[in-house]
Ligand binder design. Structure first.
Ligand SMILES: Cc1cc2nc3c(=O)[nH]c(=O)nc-3n(C[C@H](O)[C@H](O)[C@H](O)COP(=O)(O)O)c2cc1C
Length: 203
């Protein structure tokens, strides 16, 4: 992995790979975006792959909203929970499945709550003709419930099967768009990290 110019004292950015399907494209998009984020130099970048963690769809009886550290998560989810907890910002890398986002990502969201609260979330989406647009619309709606702050500018890659080569998008405008997104995410990550440190978010 290329760690060039990642900022070890900057806010922590978790680049979350949302698909776990065999033969998935998710890691390609996530590694390219993580490289853009490291080169940007504002963040300490961590790639978090849902496929590396135990994320069952069967949930406990109660919501994690008020349970704090006592929420009964599986042992194999501890690494994921810790990564979400220590992140100051998220880039969710999501495909579109049937006009929404994958069940793996919904399960990862639903097992957590406070880990998302008062933190900024950017989206890197891909798919067929719509480039993951429907997936992002649904994610914006869902993450607002967790008091996350979604970033207006996103990166969307239609026709991901033909639009990428050697781990990078063919569209020459993509790196510039990633920079705009990362500029905005940096602003929000600093603003919300300071705000969280100053006083607890009033949920
Ligand atoms: C179950 C399934 C449903 C899909 N539905 C859509 C869709 O509604 N819109 C779209 O643009 N692409 C759709 N696709 C294409 C995926 O976005 C594309 O295959 C992408 O590579 C999937 O991400 P992944 O490879 O990381 O799993 C679908 C793919 C799968 C497997």
């Amino acid at each position: 992995m290329d760690n060039t110019r990642s900022n070890s004292s900057g806010p922590r950015l978790a680049v979350l790979i949302g698909s776990v399907r065999e033969g998935r494209f998710g890691p390609v998009a996530a590694e390219w975006f993580a490289q853009q984020a490291r080169a940007h130099g504002s963040f300490e970048v961590e790639v978090v792959d849902l496929a590396d963690h135990d994320v069952p769809t069967e949930l406990p009886a109660v919501s994690p909203k008020y349970a704090g550290d006592d929420y009964p998560r599986p042992a194999g989810m501890a690494g994921l929970t810790a990564a979400l907890e220590r992140a100051d910002a998220f880039a969710v890398v999501t495909p579109e499945y049937n006009h929404s986002y994958p069940a793996s990502l919904k399960a990862a969201v639903d097992w957590h709550f406070t880990q998302w609260t008062a933190k900024p979330v950017a989206f890197v989406s891909y798919g067929g003709a719509a480039g993951g647009r429907h997936a992002v619309l649904h994610l914006e709606n869902v993450l607002t419930e967790l008091h996350a702050v979604t970033i207006r500018d996103g990166l969307a890659f239609p026709d991901c099967f033909t639009g990428w080569q050697d781990g990078a998008p063919l569209d020459a405008r993509a790196a510039g768009r990633a920079k705009t997104l990362l500029d905005q995410l940096t602003w929000w990550a600093h603003a919300l990290r300071s705000a969280r440190a100053a006083s607890p978010y009033p949920v």
